[in-house]
Design a protein around this ligand. Sequence first.
Ligand code: ADP
Length: 602
Amino acid sequence: MLAACVAMAFFASWISPGRRLNDMPFDWMAQPSTPSASEAVVVAIDDDTLGSQGGMHEIRSILAAVIDKVNAAGPAVVVDDVLLADETPDHEGNAKLEDALRGTRNLILPCDLVLRDGTVAWELPLPRFAQFAVALGHVHRDQTDDANRYAPLREVAQGGERWALAVEAYQAAHHLMRTLDPDEVQMGDRAIPAPDPARLMWIRYAARAIPVIPANRIDQNRDALRGKAVFVGVTAVGAGRDRPLTPLGEIYGVTLHGYIYDTIAQGPFFKPVRNDVELFVCIALAAAAGFIFQFRSGWQAYALAVLVLALAVWTPFEFFRFNRIFPFFEPVGVAWLSIAFAATFQHFFVRRQLSKSESERTRYQQALHWAAHEMRTPLTAIQGSSEIMTRYQLPEAKRHELSAMINSESKRLARMIQTFLDVERLADGQMEMKREPFAAAELAETCLKRAEPIAERKKTRLFLDNPVDGTITGDRELMEYALYNLLTNAIKYSPPGTEVHVSGVFNAGELRLSVHDQGIGMDEKELKNIFKKFYRTKRAEASGEKGTGIGLSIVEQIVTHHGGRMEVTSEPGRGSCFTMIVAAAVPAATSTRNAETFDRRR
Ligand code: ADP
């Protein structure tokens, strides 16, 4: 179940709400802490600049003027974020821009991916501008990431691969070469964890804010640009909205490049935890939930569960502190599910245990009652007889009779105790039933003989209808108890002057031993309940016959333990027929041992 919880949480983390939750700790901790000291600075061609200088029609001359001013401040690298791929009729502006770019040291120009004739291709700056750039960097963003948490450092399209604007800028600013290995992009002392092929790098928004300087205030901010990587872009609302969403909220498109640059420049880099580490943590959480509810219950278990849950929530944040990206949804999902499942399981398990022990207790009590009740009769007889013997001078014959009675009653008592214990152990599954062959005929005869005195007292007549045949394999004592019980019931619940018939029919390996009476009978509803412990019919109560309502339940247990079953037919006022159906063998046809028993019987 716990494994299923882990699987379920992982599965849920792949679908949208789970994925969104996964980014929570990252977004939560992405607020910049120190405002400046960034290596990247944004120069924004904002609404004011654009408005005062003729709008987007004049963008190339405006850009030229801005770049000139930026150059005057002495930046390390100038990165243009304005695409220069289209021919425009603005000859004067284009010429000005050409001049400005010519005079720029370390110029990086942008390129983007476009769909051309069904294939993805590069849209490059016009050659007249591109010739002055030390590199072209792409400005593409990862479409699957809703908040630009990571940047694709490399993009491949028709015409080759291009590296991100910020990567090219960093290389140019620091005069570095780029080396690649499958997991990292290395530039000087920077080793960026960005595995092949996607080369995604997590952006560190939390480090510091990227300063944004309006283009018409460059002169006042020259110091802020000196030696920096200056990203020039349009932020004016009128110039098409480029407002990518980030954990910080919406920012300018050009600022996003600043963040990528700053991440590369300052590190340290975020690295997603390895899948196996993540799986291990999740399994540990699930196991913890399991252990808690296995060994603790009540408030202790719940307190510990809350602790596990807190641990699950804390885990991604803790990893984050060490620059490791740990998904949020998986651990928390696993913890929740596992705790819920473990707690539910424990609840039902405990309840089941409780009701089992409850029913065991009542069953035991009932059995004890029954035993006490059954023992009273022989005990009274023994007590009475012994008292008479000690109190009175009795003739020898009478003494003899009484002591014989004491003897037989105490034997009966011993037998009863034995039966009681046997049945108890049988019900508990503690006892292996005896398995020995015995003749069914002998069983019937013994029971009839034993019941004779009771029948006489009740003025009922007993009949053995046909010679009972077959050998039963099982516990002779218990079977005798069962049949005798059926017989005494038949006598007990029949009015004087009626008959009780015992018959045995052997058929296809089965022996049907029936006790048929002409007594008070039972209706359908009563028939359904008579094998329940302590159930007595109203009719039986009204008949004035004493009883405990336990005998039949024991009979049924005994018969089922012998692999057999009970059948009862009855009609109120017209008598009942109880049939024990057990497996039996024809003596002569089976073994010599069975044959011996058979002979002895005869
Ligand atoms: P007890 O006889 O001590 O009440 P049993 O378990 O032997 O307990 O029987 C359960 C109930 O089934 C009896 O109380 C009686 O109502 C009904 N019953 C059993 N045998 C007969 C029978 N032969 N005829 C009518 N009712 C019977």
